[in-house]
Design a protein around this ligand. Structure first.
Ligand code: GCU
Length: 326
């Protein structure tokens, strides 16, 4: 807590999101994952491509591991221009764009092709720019696969297994609604604090994609991973509009292209990372199960109804998503 607050203040006071160092622009980029995670590698690739495109005039310095703060804090640093770029889960953007919360609805996409068509099409573009009024410009999506439950005590084979369990959720109203709708007790905890929260029993279970379950080492505490794939929430790469507006039109094109290329690279890394993660956690004694999705799907209508009651405008967006390439 204090370490984060201290770093937060240092960054705020000492640097801008985009520093000019001997004629070279250095854009600082912070995120919450460890360096072995495919999203970190994709961000390093983004920096390399931007440096190449700009002939060495623009560099990106990546700060992993929540060193500069939680996803929420990183977004706030972007807003004031103290940090140039970040990569967060779309769930962390909910407070800045009600539209983007749609991506947290369970079983929203029919399959991977459907999600790619939505995210890379018109809807995806609208969602990326929907946070601009909050000084956050989305550049591209990264694949964050599908999220499934893991628990300390038992496999989650049906929603009934969630009864009485404190399930960690991202700091997202949508996630809270989903866990409520499925019968568990949602408890928001930041990603960086989750290992300890699981260890100390503050929460009994959590949910995430395989590379994050593995790289966060949550598998050391949770020995049951149930692949129900209830959500497919992508990650989003963002730039502070304060930094974006300081770039020339040509530099903006380079940055956008570098981000798009890094997204293609990240998709390639992702598949291998999922396979490796499942292999490694199994080796470490995790019991992986593939429950039927039917009982989870039965809970979806209730979750959607609750969400539409709170956010009427999402109904039309969900319809557009469902009609995409049908
Ligand atoms: C995913 C996502 C992260 C997020 C994490 C979480 O791993 O890629 O950006 O922090 O989920 O559950 O908080």
């Amino acid at each position: 807590m204090f370490r984060t607050a201290f770093l937060f203040i240092c960054v705020f006071l000492l640097f801008g999101g985009c520093q000019l160092d001997t004629g070279v622009k250095v854009i600082k980029m912070g995120h919450a994952q460890v360096v072995a995670h495919p999203v970190h590698q994709a961000m390093v690739f983004l920096g390399k491509r931007l440096e190449e495109k700009s002939g060495g005039k623009i560099k990106v310095k990546v700060y992993p591991n929540q060193q500069l703060g939680t996803e929420r804090e990183l977004l706030e640093l972007l807003q004031i221009g103290s940090l140039g770029m970040t990569k967060v889960s779309a769930a962390s953007l909910e407070a800045f764009s009600p539209e983007i919360s749609v991506l947290g609805l369970p079983y929203l996409f029919r399959d991977d092709d459907h999600s790619a068509q939505v995210l890379q099409g018109e809807i995806g573009k609208e969602l990326l720019l929907s946070t601009e009024k909050y000084w956050l410009r989305g550049l591209c999506f990264y694949d964050a696969g599908k999220r499934s439950f893991y628990s300390k005590t038992k496999p989650i084979t049906t929603p009934a297994d969630l009864t009485g369990l404190k399930v960690r959720v991202q700091e997202s109203k949508m996630a809270i609604n989903m866990i409520h709708g499925m019968g568990g007790s949602p408890t928001p905890v930041s990603y960086g604090e989750l290992y300890t929260a699981l260890q100390q029993g503050i929460v009994d279970a959590a949910e995430n994609n395989p590379p994050s379950f593995y790289n966060s080492r949550h598998y050391e505490v949770c020995k049951f991973y149930s692949i129900d794939e209830h959500t497919a929430i992508p990650d989003v790469v963002l730039v502070s509009t304060k930094v974006w507006n300081e770039l020339s039109p040509e530099e903006q094109v380079w940055l956008q292209e570098a981000a798009d290329e890094s997204a293609v690279y990240q998709t390639k890394l992702w598949k291998e990372a999922v396979e490796e993660a499942l292999r490694e956690v199994q080796k470490a004694g995790v019991e992986i199960s593939y429950p039927s999705k039917e009982p989870f799907l039965e809970k979806v209508a209730g979750v959607y109804a609750q969400v539409f009651q709170e956010q009427k405008q999402l109904e039309a967006l969900v319809q557009r998503i469902q009609q995409t390439n049908k």
